[in-house]
Design a protein around this ligand. Sequence first.
Ligand code: CA
Length: 587
Amino acid sequence: MKQTRATIFRRVLLLGILPASALTAQQPSRIDQNALKRAPSRPNEWLTYGRDYAETHYSPLKQIDDRNVGRLGLAWSYETHTVATFEDTPLIADGVIYGTGSWSVVFAVDARTGKEIWRHDPDVDRSFGPHACCGPNNRGVAIYDGMVYVGALDGRLIALDQKTGKTIWSVKTTEDEYQSITGAPRVVKGKVIIGNGGAEFGVRGYVSAYDAKTGKLAWRFYVVPGDPSKPFENPELAAAAKTWHGEWWKMGGGGTPWDAFAYDPVADLLYVGTGNGGPWNREVRSPGGGDNLYLSSILALKPETGRMVWYYQTTPGDQWDFTATQNMILMDIAIDGRQRKVIVQAPKNGFFYVLDRITGELISAKPFTDINWATGVDMKTGRPIETPNARYTNGPVLIWAGAGGAHSWQPMSYSPDTKLVYIPGTNAAFPFGPDPNFKFTRGRQNFAATFVSPPNAAPPPTPSGFLVAWDPATNTERWRVKYPSRPGGTLVTGGNLVFDSSPDGHLLAYSADKGEKLWDVALGPGIATPVTWLIDSKQYVAVLVGRNGGRLFTFALDAKEPIPALPSPPPGRGRGRGAGRQSQQSQ
Ligand code: CA
């Protein structure tokens, strides 16, 4: 009955008899490919990690706006009982919020009241902790066809019943005990897409696609080539092997795609952001040089086969943990008077890239923070113009941006209203030098670099954080707010609001066009990424906070619940340290 009605609705919609809003009002309960494709026209929900396949982290909702945001108050909060770190962007579908805490625990709560509906602990063996490079974080789930998918820290991909939280299927996605999952899966054309982390630990990164119904592996695309004495998995890797030297496969090579995916349903291209090289120092990983494809790259793959259509390497021959795993956004914008379909990324290396997302052509690249490893990007070759000794072959050097990245897991967002991208970034330097005593050890952090400041150099300046509004059409800054460091990600809304967090534990709202601070509430440090939804004619904004009991705080206009008091920090530890430390480091 339900399905029939949904089918009729789709047909009616296709005939153009009803506007998209009529379908929205109906809110069919099945999240299928069409629903995901049409996510932008379902303003009341948040169906996939970036809210839409373009990964905008933008909601058109505007009940809460730049004039009334001061009236926001706490509607309810939900204690997740997973106190540690939070990096999650929750999803909202059919009046239910689906979120994750540390150790890949999934919870479903009522989007009106915060009442728990179910909770699923995949029981990741806590002894797995040291196998995971960057803490037990998880960034979220995917929903599709009655199931909720989570990538567990220990490498399992688990499909849960959306109504009950019970396991439907579970598969091991990792080939190696030192690969881990912290990123959110995506579902594209009935396939669950999942990556992994652990580049420093001596692993070979890849992205996999599983049948959403059965959990059967559909395809796997390796980011780096394997042992050349065996057949390469595809011609793409045979070509990549020409850019590697020595016996790289014995150290894995890295390239782990641990976070960023996007999908263009018209071009039918799945975009994947790939990780850094392992070990970091290319001279050790690939003696004699080479670009080391496809490290630190944006890949465009066919979602049905996993075959590559194009790639763009942001950091050829990576030497500094400059992953290109930071979230990518698709948008259609006018550049130099011409309408372009672009993909943008602000990876760790500090450049903001604008590419043609159909062809992979570089349109522009400009630094969005202080950098000194390159002076710019050559528009003829698309390659960075590296500075002397940036590769620290001649001894220690202080490199901007730091290894933590000018931008890391924290989602940036894009508003089609302001046509600006909001980048939550870090301004930092990091000392690099060669390590003559390096010995490769699987399962340990393999850098082949030392981190000692150059002699006679001033101590590295204290890192700082920022939120910058960036115009992708001109690749220039519009406005900037500074913080002492960078906590979570951003949300931008149709109410001309950008929600962001400060390291002292405040959730903040700025006007999206001008960057004026309009609202601010103290919740405790360890803030993840805010989301918004509308139910029963009321708009809510919510965010997970790691160090206030591991809590989902939910706000609405004129709500007046008291904010739970911050627990005292454990003795001998400041609030900014300890169990709630958010990972800025490499995966
Ligand atoms: Ca890394």
